[in-house]
Design a protein. Structure first.
Length: 261
């Protein structure tokens, strides 16, 4: 008899246990956010998004220990390969992120566990952590993240979209292009509806708003569900995806009032 696959909640509980064991008393906060909290979580395709706040700053010892943790976790939970997104950051770096000092470690879909120093550029993530997360360990995230204005968040969102738009022009990878299409749908709903929706919710919302592009949104969703194996696999559909991204980019910039970077 086949062994049932663990549910997303069971996977999250297992990951939380592993992180607590690896960090011990150095872990002062662990938070989950994204569609697991807000709704619209897809057990097949959605990522688990977490932030771990450490009492100390991230160092070489953390990197070695946490890198091994994530290697082992994916080995034991292969269905969650490239679907775990965890940021590890010291509370001093997080509290003073606008100063741009400090470093943090991150594992995210498509990227190995690595250290970054662009803490100020992650304002979008820190906003979502403060405003939308649920604590798994420790106090509410507002105790670690200073206030961030909604206008700051939107400006950071638009800036990140410009980087993704440039990547979409060059990327031949269907799965990554589908991710960008759905990310732009989510950004459009974020700006116009003043919401923080999941990709699936935003896709449905944009589909109703722009029925002439419904077919492309459906293709992007199918591509995401298949892990990039189905959909956006010919140059005609990829060209249409890039054109759609350009349309949404212009709509989002106009609606947000954020000028070119």
């Amino acid at each position: 008899m086949a062994v049932p696959r663990p549910t997303p909640t069971e996977v999250l509980e297992a990951l939380t246990t592993e992180i607590r064991a690896a960090l011990g008393e150095d872990l002062v906060g662990l938070y989950v956010y994204g569609s697991y909290v807000s709704g619209g979580f897809d057990p097949v395709a959605s990522d688990l998004d977490l932030v771990a706040v450490l009492a100390s700053e991230v160092g070489d010892g953390h990197v070695a220990r946490l890198g091994s943790l994530h290697d082992d976790f994916v080995r034991d939970h292969p269905d969650w390969n490239n679907r775990i997104d965890v940021v590890y950051i010291g509370r001093a770096s997080l509290a003073g992120f606008r100063d741009g000092r400090g470093s943090f470690a991150v594992i995210s879909p498509g990227e190995p566990f690595h250290v970054r120093t662009d803490v100020a550029d992650w304002l979008q993530s820190w906003y979502l952590l403060r405003e939308t997360s649920r604590p798994l360990v420790g106090v509410d995230a507002t105790q670690h993240v200073p206030p961030i204005a909604r206008a700051e968040f939107v400006a950071a969102l638009v800036g990140n979209l410009e980087r993704l738009r440039a990547q979409a022009r060059d990327s031949p990878m269907p799965g990554f292009l589908a991710y960008i299409v759905l990310t732009f749908c989510r950004a459009l709903m974020t700006v116009l509806a003043n919401a923080e929706p999941s990709k699936a919710e935003a896709a449905a919302w944009t589909r109703n708003r722009m029925p002439e592009w419904a077919w492309l949104i459906d293709v992007a969703l199918e591509c995401r569900q298949s892990g990039g194996r189905v959909g956006l696999d010919d140059e005609t559909s990829r060209a249409a995806a890039r054109a759609f991204i350009d349309v949404l980019a212009d709509d989002i910039r106009q609606a947000s009032g954020v000028g070119p970077g």
